[in-house]
Write a protein that binds this ligand. Structure first.
Ligand SMILES: C[S@@+](CC[C@H](N)C(=O)[O-])C[C@H]1O[C@@H](n2cnc3c(N)ncnc32)[C@H](O)[C@@H]1O
Length: 417
């Protein structure tokens, strides 16, 4: 990809880390850190086994403002090392973290650079019982990697980082396979959507290029029909995102764009998992990082292609900053009663069930949605009940088993809003 530099040679200085890649690395590090804290937070647990897979590993190091900084394989190892230290602080029963790492890199020189980097840091023998450093392609190695993850943990607890350099090196069919065969796996996939959209064409070479993404001629025609229309780029992004998430079939996804000052096109970082908690943790990291990780649109329930109607989209860069948070709160305050009504909340709806159906559409964390529900309860737009049917104590933390109920009659207030 033009403007990116992901080429390493054993005796040359590492490539320069660009702004958007730095943001991507910060997000990945933060997510891993929080993931390990959540997983290791259970004080009764004394063992934690997992596999960290870097399927497009790179050479291990970058240069940033004259300093050498770690790439994703080292970030993974550093975060496990940190977790083993931090999570054991003050614990009576020590937590044994047993991690295996699988690093795959296709280019010979880049692979040699990574190998050398691990050796110099004394990490070459620290890849864990089921780990491996592999020179090859991720797609050809996937069978073996899945086996390794299963050997390391019964249900394959793992994080797959698929940081490809475009949009079609990691096939979505393979992503789906990972999530199906390893029920406790998660995938973080980078996807150069703007490059795909820039070159979209009804030509045999393009149709071949998008085969790994699972796009058919019909899908391509749908995208082409939007090209050049007012706001066409945002609509194309939304259609593409819908197609991708549908093809992968993951239950919980968090797709966001990372822009950089030196990249006029955005990279998507798509996080896929089978668990709502994982999605919420990823969202919290987006909020904590603030500006730089962007999604275009209001971030509320209408976000992410729910209705591909331009009027529905407030066209601003959603920057995970206080401005975005205020806007998100007011948009959700408007939209949630309608959405609950549509979803049948007049008869009472379990919060967990409702969130599972709606949550992929919003940039709001569970806490932020809870704040909106309490604000709506204050306006008598919704009732919040415990699982046993009793009114919930005002402002208390919401549980998935709580029940949300909208009035049988929509109030005049709701219709007027
Ligand atoms: C974006 S870079 C990864 C950077 C790395 N995640 C980091 O930030 O430290 C993508 C890497 O994938 C490698 N690559 C390309 N196609 C591949 C494939 N099919 N299988 C494995 N590696 C591949 C490239 O040579 C390149 O080093």
């Amino acid at each position: 990809m033009k403007g990116d530099s992901f080429e390493w040679a054993p005796d040359a200085p590492p490539p320069t880390l660009q702004d958007h890649s730095e943001r991507k690395l910060a997000l990945i590090r933060r997510y891993l850190r929080r993931y390990l804290e959540v997983l290791g937070g259970d004080r009764r647990r004394d063992r934690m086994r997992l596999t960290l897979i870097d399927g497009f590993a790179g050479g291990g190091l970058f240069t940033r403002h004259g300093k050498v900084v770690p790439g994703t394989p080292l970030i993974m190892m550093e975060e496990i090392e940190r977790a083993a230290r931090v999570l054991n602080d003050g614990r009576h029963k020590p937590l044994d973290i047993e991690a295996s790492y699988v690093f795959v890199e296709k280019r010979r020189d880049t692979f040699e650079h990574l190998k050398q980097t691990l050796a110099i840091r004394g990490l070459a023998n620290g890849l864990g019982p089921c780990g491996a450093l592999i020179r090859g392609t991720f797609e050809a190695e996937l069978d073996g990697i899945i086996e390794r993850a299963k050997m390391q943990h019964r249900t394959g607890r793992s994080i797959f980082l698929l940081d490809q350099t475009g949009y079609n090196q990691a096939s979505l069919h393979q992503v789906r396979r990972i999530l199906t065969e390893l029920p406790t796996s998660e995938v973080i996939l980078t996807f150069a959507a703007d490059w795909l959209l820039d070159y979209v064409a009804d030509a045999p070479s393009f149709l071949k290029a998008v085969e790994p993404v699972g796009l058919t001629r019909n899908d391509v025609d749908r995208l082409l029909a939007l090209k050049g229309a007012a706001g066409g780029r945002v609509l194309m992004q939304q259609v593409l995102l819908d197609l991708i998430t549908e093809r992968i079939g993951a239950t919980f996804t968090t797709p966001f764009f990372v822009h950089g000052d030196d990249a006029h096109r955005a990279i998507w970082i798509i996080h896929l998992s089978a668990h709502p908690k994982a999605r919420d943790v990823m969202l919290e990291q987006h909020w904590a990082l603030g500006n730089g990780v962007l999604h275009q649109g209001p971030g509320s329930l209408r976000m992410l292609g729910h209705k591909t109607d331009l009027d529905q989209l407030a066209m601003f860069d959603f920057g995970f900053d206080p401005f975005a948070e205020n806007k998100l709160h007011s948009s959700l305050f408007e939209e949630v009663p309608e959405a609950l009504w549509e979803d049948g909340a007049a008869d009472g709806l379990q919060l967990g069930t409702w969130l599972a159906g709606r949550v992929n559409r919003t940039a709001a964390t569970k806490r932020q949605l809870g704040d909106v529900l309490w604000a709506l309860a204050g306006e008598r737009e919704v009732e919040i009940l415990t699982a046993g049917g009793r009114p919930k104590r005002r402002g208390s933390r919401l549980r998935e088993t709580d029940v949300i109920r909208t009035p049988r009659q929509r109030s005049a207030f709701s219709f007027a809003r």
